[in-house]
Design a protein around this ligand. Structure first.
Ligand code: GDG
Length: 739
């Protein structure tokens, strides 16, 4: 049975010591509530911090604490006060949280916070290693644990690791501010699957990976040297039935059984039947836009005075991070604003804002959701915002209006809500006015669509989807791994090589024998490579062929005096050892004058790109360009060229960060076949790294040993991870004493 190990900063139970008594309560918050259902399904262990500093746990209570945690199928990571201050209040909440929510002015960058963050992430990784068994699935959550995936992967490469980020991933321009940006990305890339609430967060993440670490990205697949990581979007759902059924049960209660808050609300409604309630619920956090919301409410009462004495804003604000200075300042600001608005407008029968600064039991929350005609949720930034979903789920009669900020992830899914810009007073005031007057059938129509979706894509479905995708990544990995050359395979090939009598070795150059450099001319051969190739070429049983798209002049400078066969410009030119170059394909060149201006136009518009003019082809290089602009322009250029090439017997080759236009009908494969036909060989090897080498793999006879460098879909039979593997392999071949 596959076990799922959930890891989050906090456990779903929150321990505290009240009057010397140990209390255990369920944790509040989106993540804890959301994942509870996954955890309750069984076969799951939850690793996290139990909510109390270990210096505060009395010695005599330790056993009891351990037992409570164990009974909940949890495993504790105990943290002391200092760790909590530096790791949690510090790096997590004073660095990552503000930065990822675009509040750069609040982000602090302190080395001591970073060091503590790294050390505490190590602690979590250790706890995971201790508990994990082969075949288990690991699901790590959120911004406090960004380094854990890599820490675990290094020790347990066999374990499938999923990571989900519950907050936004900011745009590259904001993320790059972080001094430890590369370490954070590398930490996350220890995962096999990385999930985000919205496509925008995923896009920003991929863009940072591309720009900062330079990995190749194919759609949402990141090709690391030896692994593949997938990034994907999984908008988190809620436990729809729990809210819907609770709301329905509350509604059925007799008046005297109803909870106190509900009785109070009902009392007000009976005294003032026209009174409408607008609800807002959030943790007290600067990202939630609470002060702005109050200011807008004041503006609304001025702009639409007819609503005075008719609308009350019920504001439930849950205390949060009250040790952090920004939060204390915000609390004072909100207190003051509520006081000012109530002071300005209150009448004997009406208070404009009811302000609760505490957390309420679940049933009260549901009562508020079910009773308030409007939910006004205006975060400045919010990863998702589950309150919006919970509000809609709790509307038994399908009435009620949701006003939601476009800056919350949830707005991407709930397009039937009234969507506002949280900084636009006018728009919010007007939306509130519209919501309060919205005809009931319109409310029902909007909410029915949203309810259906929430019911379908609930939290269970969300977690199933994520975990299923994690299994899929494993299948993808297996597909690539099955082609990976293991030491045992390598020995087998060496043996065949040793026994063979006549061999031909086709080796691509760039990316296969040497790594990529920003300027193509810098990727020249080193002495080690020369000696190895010389050794191979000296063996009288070998024909060593370097086959490349490179221009003939460069190839001649580097290898012209060696005893190698050379194929240049994708098979236009060929040179036998000690002979002159021969043109093996007759080529037209008139087309070049028409293509050059097109490429030049792209060079002017794309900084960092340049043209390489070969005798029979033109190449546009964009390796040094901004990666996203480069890819975009490459697509545009390809489109623009396609209409031209069709009429001129030309073709476009797309290599690694290059677009090459050449005459059609010749390629590396054809050139190779020409050589093979001249003799009979009992060992044929072809190694290449990009798709122009696919011609070679396709054309070589079936019995050939074909190897592609990097993890790609390929005609080749095997894979090497990088050019260093090719070198190791060839080194072994070159040292093999043959009979
Ligand atoms: C992060 C992201 C993302 C609130 N007050 C009370 C209470 N709650 C519950 C709500 C809801 C949860 O807390 C709040 O969920 P949010 O989605 O607003 O956000 P966060 O917990 O801050 O967390 C956020 C989320 O992760 C999930 O990925 O949506 O963007 O910041 O479930 O019901 N529950 C009770 N009493 C309260 O007073 N019982």
């Amino acid at each position: 049975m596959i076990n799922t190990i959930i890891v989050s900063n906090r456990l779903p139970i929150q321990l505290s010591i009240e009057d010397n008594r140990l209390e255990a309560n369920p944790s509040v918050g989106g993540l804890a509530t959301g994942l509870k259902s996954v955890h309750q399904r069984g076969n799951s262990l939850w690793i996290g911090w139990p909510g109390i500093a270990n210096d505060d746990i009395p010695k005599q209570s330790q056993k009891k604490v351990d037992n409570i945690i164990k009974n909940e199928n949890c495993y504790p990571v105990y943290l002391n006060r200092e760790e909590l201050e530096l790791f949690y209040d510090g790096f997590s909440n004073k660095t990552i949280w503000p930065l990822f929510h675009y509040f750069t002015q609040y982000a602090t960058f302190e080395k001591k916070y970073w060091d503590a963050y790294t050390a505490v992430n190590e602690k979590y990784a250790k706890a995971i290693i201790k508990n994990i068994a082969s075949g288990d699935q690991l699901w790590i959550h959120d911004y406090q644990l960004l380094l854990v995936p890599q820490m675990v992967k290094e020790q347990r490469p066999d374990v499938q690791i999923g990571f989900f980020l519950h907050i936004p991933f900011p745009s590259f321009e904001v993320f790059r501010i972080l001094p430890w940006r590369n370490e954070v990305l590398e930490g996350m890339l220890g995962s096999d699957l990385i999930g985000f609430h919205t496509y925008n967060y995923e896009r920003h993440f991929l863009s940072s990976v591309r720009r900062l670490l330079g990995f190749d990205i194919n759609f949402n697949q990141i090709n690391l040297k030896n692994r593949i990581v997938l990034a994907d979007t999984f908008p988190m759902g809620i436990d729809y039935n729990r809210f819907h059924q609770a709301a329905s049960a509350q509604q059925k209660k007799t008046i005297k059984d109803k909870l106190n808050i509900q009785q109070e609300l009902n009392k007000h409604l009976s005294l003032n039947p026209d009174l409408k309630f607008v609800l807002s619920i959030d943790r007290l956090d600067y990202t939630k836009g609470i002060a702005t919301r109050l200011n807008v409410f004041e503006y609304f009462l001025d702009k639409y005075p007819e609503y005075q004495e008719k609308v009350t804003l019920i504001m439930l604000t849950v205390p949060s991070r009250s040790d952090v200075e920004e939060y204390q300042l915000m609390k004072s600001e909100v207190d003051e604003l509520v006081g000012r608005i109530n002071g300005k407008y209150s009448t004997i029968n009406w208070t404009p804002v009811w302000y609760f600064y505490r957390s309420l039991p679940f049933e009260n929350l549901v009562d508020l959701y079910a009773t308030c005609q409007v939910a006004l949720l205006t975060p400045i930034r919010d990863g998702m915002n589950l309150v919006a979903k919970e509000y809609i789920a709790s509307r038994i009669d399908k009435k009620g209006v949701l006003i939601i900020s476009e800056m919350a992830g949830v707005a991407q899914e709930m397009s039937e809500a009234l969507i506002i810009n949280p900084n636009n007073y006018e728009e919010i005031a007007d939306a509130l006015n519209y919501a309060l007057g919205m005809p009931e059938d319109e409310q029902i129509e909007r909410n029915s669509i949203m309810q259906d979706r929430l019911k379908r894509y609930n939290v269970e479905k969300w977690s199933e989807d994520f975990l299923r995708a994690l299994v899929k990544v494993k299948e993808l990995k297996n597909k690539y791994n099955s082609k990976k050359i293991t030491p045992a395979f390598s020995d087998k090939f060496l043996n065949v090589y040793k026994k063979s009598k006549k061999r031909i070795l086709f080796l691509d150059y760039d990316g296969t024998l040497v790594g990529f450099k920003k300027k193509p001319e810098d990727a020249y051969p080193d002495n080690e490579l020369y000696s190895m190739l010389d050794l191979l070429a000296r063996d009288r049983k070998n024909s060593l062929v370097l086959v490349s798209g490179r221009d003939k002049e460069t190839f001649n400078n580097w290898f012209g005096n060696r005893d190698y066969y050379l194929i240049a410009e994708h098979g236009v030119w060929m040179k036998n050892p000690k002979e002159e170059w021969q043109l093996i394909e007759l080529m037209q060149t008139e087309w070049m004058e028409s293509i050059k201006p097109i490429i030049e136009y792209y060079i002017d518009r794309t900084p960092g790109t340049f043209m390489e003019e070969k005798k029979y082809s033109l190449v546009w290089h964009y390796r040094k360009a901004d990666p996203e602009l480069g890819t975009l322009r490459a697509n545009e250029l390809r489109d623009e060229l396609s209409s031209f090439i069709a009429n001129h017997n030309l073709e476009i080759l797309e290599g690694k960060k290059v677009i090459e236009v050449k005459n059609s009908g010749f390629n590396k494969g054809r050139a190779a076949v020409r050589l093979i036909q001249q003799d009979s060989y009992d060992f044929i090897l072809g190694i290449g790294d990009d798709w122009t080498d696919e011609y070679l793999f396709e054309e070589l006879p079936k019995e050939a040993l074909t190897i592609r460098v990097g993890l790609h879909n390929t005609f080749a039979k095997y894979n090497f991870e990088s050019f260093t593997d090719v070198r190791d392999f060839l080194k072994n071949l070159s040292k093999t004493k043959t009979d």
